[in-house]
Design a protein around this ligand. Structure first.
Ligand code: FAD
Ligand code: SF4
Length: 465
């Protein structure tokens, strides 16, 4: 019976963590990691691996961990996944490998992500103790490749190509690499030291990073080819915020989640010594139900809000955020208004938001696709006082690269069209993957695309150069 449940992970108590930015989940001890890894049945057909977009050899690394061979376990993971400490923390394993885990049929699946996090952190700690560069340099081939954007798609593509011996340069618009891992996901879920460490490992493989380099402004993609890059990967994400277009959205105090989280995470606005200001609302409304909404709500709490209320237009069952994040947000005191959406923000007479007028919704009968649409309930509105509202209803691709690159075909949502197997775009030598191709999705899907693209770029360069 006891073996049917995951070993719980240590966490900061909710009442403490709701007011600090330190990591909320504290990870496994070696003993806990061994016990959790021992729950793996070592299934011959490895269903869990089929659920992993980067093909981590899950039963093998779990077996090594169970024997206490953490170095071997790390090597097995790192051979397929160059960002294991990140994935162990934020990958939605419950919808990937763990959803297919045989242990899940009669109990809880093996905590693959938790053990992955443990071996990555163990390796990090060990490298620091040994004062060794975490990963050795790889000899370089003559050909240069350019990666545009340093989120999980670009980072993974860069690591895979560096391992194949290419001279890889990553161009990043911001002053720090990492994409959403650096500017979006908060410190208490993914410490920036962890992201920096994974990036250092890529530097160790020979990857070069050029920051403050906006492709489409500094150079176009054509100019990258003219500068001798044999192929280009576009991993520029989908970072353009979407608003609802309702009255009052231009009032002071109404933020996009993207701006709010960038100020807090990338610019460290939560630290007293930071130069970047951010509003610290007392009564905060957050609109949306995804991971972005949960992160914005939990950041607002940590900045000192007395009340944080999430407005989500569907019901709890449809929340797109990871179940773990919703649970943590609730534990910390975030309030949820389901079947509710703002219809208007009211001003305080000085150009600031003072309240959100909310529309009650209901779900329609399932349409052809089986989805139930939220529809307004006539005459059912209520008002919530707030001095801040954060809109987290999605993002779309920034059009800059597409506008400045000849021959890239886009779909109706502005995403770059790519081949599902190779990530090739309509322009020869140009590949794309991650949110720029799929729309806002997940870290592991972006990584999977980066990996597929690297294999295809290698084949393309070998055939053409
Ligand atoms: P990004 O991570 O968006 O990286 C793109 C990079 O390209 C950025 O650094 C950007 O500055 C750079 N760039 C853009 N244009 C240019 C240009 N012209 N020149 C140079 N550089 C450029 N997913 C999960 O799996 N689990 C989670 O828990 C989770 N939580 C999330 C929380 C938040 C707040 C957000 C916003 C997203 C979250 N996601 C989560 C989604 C996930 O982070 C994304 O799907 C993933 O980061 C997409 O990776 P990417 O490499 O395609 O793009
Ligand atoms: Fe282990 Fe679950 Fe994978 Fe089977 S499906 S090998 S039990 S992790």
């Amino acid at each position: 019976m006891a073996n049917q449940q995951k070993i719980p992970m240590r966490e900061q108590p909710p009442q403490e963590r709701r007011r600090n930015f330190s990591e909320a989940a504290l990870g496994y001890t070696p003993e806990q990691a061994k016990r959790e890894a021992s729950r793996c049945l070592g299934c011959n057909n490895r269903p869990c691996v089929a659920g992993c977009p980067v093909s981590v050899p899950i039963p093998e690394f779990l077996a090594l961990t169970a024997k206490g061979n953490y170095a071997g376990a790390y090597d097995a993971v790192y051979a397929q996944n160059t960002l294991p400490a990140v994935c162990g923390r934020v990958c939605p394993q419950e919808r990937q490998c763990e959803a297919l885990c045989v242990r899940g049929i009669k109990g809880e699946p093996v905590g693959v992500g938790r053990v992955e996090r443990f071996v990555a952190d163990w390796h990090d700690e060990q490298s620091r103790l040994d004062d060794q560069p975490a990963v050795r340099n790889v000899s370089q081939k003559r050909e240069k490749v350019a990666i545009v954007g340093s989120g999980p798609a670009g980072l993974t593509c860069s690591g895979e190509l560096a391992r194949r011996g290419y001279a890889v340069t990553v161009f990043e618009a911001f002053h720090e690499p990492g994409g959403v891992l650096t500017y979006g996901i908060p410190e208490f879920r993914l410490p920036k030291a962890v992201v920096r460490r994974e990036i250092e490992n890529l530097r160790g493989l020979g990857v070069t990073f050029e920051v403050n380099a906006v492709i489409g402004r500094l150079f176009t993609v054509d100019e990258l080819f003219a500068r001798g890059y044999a192929a280009v990967f576009l991993g520029v994400g989908a970072g353009l915020p979407v608003f609802m277009g309702i009255p009052g959205e231009n009032l002071n105090g109404v933020y996009s989640a993207n701006e709010f989280l960038t100020r807090v995470n990338l610019m460290k606005a939560y630290l007293d010594e930071a130069d970047t200001p951010v509003q610290k609302g007392k009564r905060v409304v957050v609109v949306g139900g995804g991971n972005v909404a949960m992160d914005a709500a939990r950041c607002a709490l940590r900045l000192g809000a007395e009340e944080v209320r999430i407005l989500y237009r569907r019901s709890a069952e449809e929340l797109p955020a990871r179940a773990e994040e919703v649970f943590h947000a609730r534990e910390e005191g975030v309030v949820f208004d389901f079947l509710s959406a703002p219809a208007e923000y009211l001003p305080d007479g000085q150009g600031r938001v003072r309240a959100a007028v909310c529309q009650r919704m209901e779900l329609s009968e399932p349409d052809g696709s089986g989805r139930r649409k939220p529809v307004p309930v006539a005459g059912e509105r209520y008002t919530v006082d707030c001095d801040m509202a954060i809109v987290a209803i999605g993002t779309t691709p920034n059009p800059l690269v597409a506008q400045t690159t000849e021959g890239l075909e886009l779909n109706g949502r502005g995403c770059i069209l790519t081949d599902s197997v190779t990530c090739a775009t309509s322009r020869s030598g140009v590949y794309a993957g991650g949110d720029i191709a799929t729309g806002a999705a997940t870290v592991i899907l972006a990584m999977g695309a980066g990996k597929k693209a690297a294999a295809a770029m290698d084949a393309y360069i070998s055939a053409h150069v």
